[in-house]
Design a protein around this ligand. Structure first.
Ligand SMILES: Cc1cc2nc3c(=O)[nH]c(=O)nc-3n(C[C@H](O)[C@H](O)[C@H](O)COP(=O)(O)OP(=O)(O)OC[C@H]3O[C@@H](n4cnc5c(N)ncnc54)[C@H](O)[C@@H]3O)c2cc1C
Length: 504
């Protein structure tokens, strides 16, 4: 079989790789993306899930990053309104940690560094000691706006968009080597399921390996990495809701760090994060006892309700792949990104991504594809205006419509699927008249029709792909339902397969 030829191959299906694939496909490039495990299985599903400017980064004078990230809030709210929701954040005032004047200046900059269209401005607030969830001595604070995002679904939405524009997208297919060969990249990938290797050719390559960006240089490309990265572990815990307000809290800790308490899936509070240097295999990262203590202590120093360890329902950890900048402490390392372009006699360009944030993925992708522009006759970036699949809706109105049109579904399901799929929900729900018509149920919320859709359209292959990344139903799914789902899956067909030349 002839070897498939692409303009661009992207290694890594986290938010940065998927954003780059979507941007390049929008500009008319023929793109393939290979992800070693499931999409968003690494850092891009382990974030705090905020689309934010990063109030704290102002203290580190990261004005470029904060301005870009602040501007992206409004762009992304338009681009994926089903996946990204505006959220108010309450900052209790702790005078011995940061004086009020300093916070007011910070919030003024936050409100004005970039264009704000829909998000309300910041303001000072008072907490009523009788009704507030905070301890009664905390009387004053501030409120400001940012956004909340379903991080792993944002990755999949970008990949679906890339596919609509002609990209070939594969999960569970690690790149095992990529070499320059006759003015092209020869990329070898291995199918995790069958073990078979295959090859494609490409004019350009992107290394979007996140925490693996340097090891991809060492092991797959056999080239010297132009930069180092610092891996910084961050962990979160999930507990039953500790406050009823729709807003999130941003708590200042004595060590100068901040911890978020974010309303999650209507009945939980998501608490994080930590900042610790990490040296091991990024896939093995997990929360430590001291991180649990740290997060519980910060919350217990602020809220009336004290969390106990037994209340923790779920925890997760991820590794921030930060660009090495020789900072002493993990929290001081820049959250900004650096792109490196290398080529050989004007051919076979390689763009590598060091650092970055979920919030800035679109601008990062634009900058990465701009670097490739001289090698291709491709146009300018279009991603500011394009809407991600399913995003042409108001998700709350859609949830109300679903409840009306499909009365056999309850409010919780309707809200969940409206936000998860946007208008794409009709691709699997259309025509159903009863719960039974949706087939087998795996727990109270997940139907066979939804599972079939996730497998055939969203590349889901395992129960974990479905329960922890395409949805977060893993939190409420018991062992027997998870097993029933796993038993059901092998009989399913996987997402589309494009032909590739076999090796050997
Ligand atoms: C605790 C924590 C909280 C955070 N909170 C926020 C937040 O609230 N807001 C925000 O904007 N940002 C946040 N971030 C940052 C953000 O999550 C990351 O910057 C972003 O997810 C990095 O995406 P990525 O695509 O570079 O890396 P990843 O998501 O890690 O993707 C890299 C991918 O490359 C794949 N890969 C590796 N080797 C190969 C190979 N040989 N072949 C094919 N694929 C390969 C991996 O499997 C992986 O899926 C947070 C990060 C952490 C850790």
């Amino acid at each position: 079989m002839a070897i498939h030829e692409y303009d661009l191959v992207v290694i890594g299906g986290g938010i940065n790789g998927s954003g780059i694939a979507a941007d390049a496909a929008e500009r008319g490039l023929k793109v393939a993306l290979f992800e070693a495990k499931d999409f968003a299985s690494a850092t891009s599903s382990a974030s705090s899930k905020l689309i934010h400017g990063g109030l704290r980064y102002l203290e580190q004078y990261e004005f470029r990053l904060v301005r870009e990230a602040l501007g992206e809030r409004e762009v992304l709210l338009q681009k994926a309104p089903h996946l990204i929701t505006p959220m108010r954040f309450r900052l209790p005032h702790r005078p011995h940690l940061r004086p009020a004047w300093m916070i007011r200046i910070g919030l003024f900059l936050y409100d004005h560094l970039a264009k704000r269209v829909t998000l309300p401005a910041s303001c000072g607030i008072r907490f009523d000691p009788h009704t507030s969830a905070l301890q009664s001595q905390i009387r004053k604070g501030f409120e400001y706006s940012d956004g909340w995002v379903d991080d792993s679904r944002l990755v999949v939405a970008n990949l679906m968009h890339a596919r609509e524009l002609g990209a070939d997208v594969y999960n569970y297919r690690p790149c095992v080597s990529a070499t320059r060969d006759n003015g092209q990249w020869l990329v070898t990938v291995q199918d995790e399921r069958s073990g078979e290797t295959s090859q494609v050719r490409a004019k350009a390559l992107v290394n979007a390996g996140g925490p693996w960006v340097k090891s991809i240089f060492d092991e797959q490309l056999k080239l010297k990495s132009p930069r180092g990265i610092r891996m910084i572990q961050g962990s979160h815990i999930l507990v039953p809701q500790i406050h009823k307000e729709k807003c999130a809290y941003i708590l200042q800790n004595e060590d100068g760090r901040i911890v978020f308490v974010i309303p999650y899936l209507n009945k939980y509070s998501l608490i994080g994060t930590t900042d610790l240097e990490y040296k091991g295999d990024p896939r093995q990262v997990h929360i430590s006892e001291s991180e649990i203590d740290y997060l519980c202590n910060v919350v217990n120093n602020h809220f009336k309700h004290n969390i106990r360890r037994e209340e923790i329902i779920w925890s997760y950890s991820g590794v921030r792949p930060l660009c090495e900048d020789e900072s002493d402490s993990p929290q001081a390392i820049t959250r900004d990104y650096t792109l490196e372009l290398q080529d050989e006699q004007g051919q076979t360009p390689l763009v590598s991504i060091f650092g970055g944030k979920l919030t800035t993925f679109r601008k990062l992708a634009e900058a990465a594809v701009n670097k490739l522009q001289p090698y291709f006759n491709c146009g300018d970036c279009q991603s500011e205006k394009s809407i991600l699949p399913g995003g042409n809706c108001d998700p709350e109105q859609l949830a109300t419509q679903l409840l009306n049109d499909y009365p056999f579904l309850n409010k919780t399901i309707c809200r969940r699927i409206a936000h998860a799929y946007g208008t794409n929900v009709f691709n699997w729900l259309e025509g159903a008249h009863s719960k039974e018509e949706l087939g087998q149920w795996f727990g109270e919320q997940l139907s066979q029709r939804e599972v079939d859709y996730l497998v055939s359209v969203e590349w889901a292959l395992s129960a974990d792909d479905i329960l922890w990344r395409r949805t977060k139903l893993g939190i409420i799914t018991d062992e027997s339902d998870a097993k029933a789902l796993a038993d059901y899956l092998p009989s399913m067909q996987s997402a589309d397969e494009a032909p590739m030349a076999q090796v050997g």
